[in-house]
Write a new protein. Sequence first.
Length: 406
Amino acid sequence: MKRLIILLLIIGFSFSKSFSLNKTIAVNKRTIALLDLTIPNAETNDGELYSAKHCLKVAGLPFVVTSAVNIAIQYKVIVASSKFETFTFTTAEKDSLKSFVNRGGILIAPNIKDPYLFPVFGISSTTLTSTNYKIKFNMFLGDPSFRWLNDTMEQTISLGKTTYTAVINSRKYNVSGALTLAEFGDGSTAITKYIYGNGVTYALGFSFKNLILTNQMNHDYDANRIYSNGFEPTSDAVILFLKGICIDHVPYSTWLHTSPYDSKSTLMITHDIDATTSYDTMSYYANYESSIGLSTTYLITTHYINDGALNNFYNTTNIPKVQYLMSKGHKIASHSVGHFTDFDDELVAPLGVLGNTAGNYLPYNGGVGFTTIGSTVLGETEVSKNLLEANLGVKDKNFPCRLFML
């Protein structure tokens, strides 16, 4: 009897161990490994990693971050945060990646520079350039990665205005068996897809940082194709493309929905109230929106200064108009004090200090061609926020005040 109990315990332990292992493998097959190459590539900041993480977060895809190749290869899909230099991996790590793809793994990486790994990506050589101004996806291929690129502005994306002699660095590939999923404006290969053994690789001819973080911070080379009130989906297209790859290769994949509850889409309406005419006409929009049951957000510029750019339209005449918006059920948020066009220049608008009021914070812009003087980031945010809260009779904890510079 004792021997039977021991045998059953052994069988039970083995079954439990096997079940746990299979459960782990199942999870790994549906989770992406983001391979952090910040340290191996001696990067001075985490901009590349942040940008890759942002892509996966916005796409709603489940992922883990690891800097260990031996951990990453336990997952179905690996997304590398940055370039593959000759020194990024040890030879053993390179062979592990090759084996990973060969047995069915999916490897997505930007800026492939290591010849040792060229055969895995189906390329023979690469060339670095800074004169590529656009990337065009070859939609005629009907690749599953194009699943969400359903607008022409997404199917050709912008890297910078052609008026610049040079824009961001990009990498064009000479293919050796790989499929060209996208091309640069000069017809060279920008993105590749290659079947290697039982797996697939994707080589991207750009860094995540240059098409995500740089654009978010408005440090791109005027890559936006429309200055104002336009649709510029370059960064979104990169995210949607990456999502398309992952969803194609992960069976029964799940991801966070981009719209709450069971809705198919979400429409968020905001209004920039940054001129006298805006104050004069905003009630018409507020009344109509209220009549059809919509609650929108009005971003209020509290321009109490009469300078060369704008008059002092935030005054006793217009403040009641803002209060009226709230009575119709709309939300109010800050759109700065000055609405200065050079606010993004840290030399013009340094961080500054707290303690600003409408009485002591008096920035000034002389108009077109003039540089703003006396503006600070904290001044713009603190004064506008406090004015709106005081004038609207609400407390800080209840007031959704944010700074929007659009």
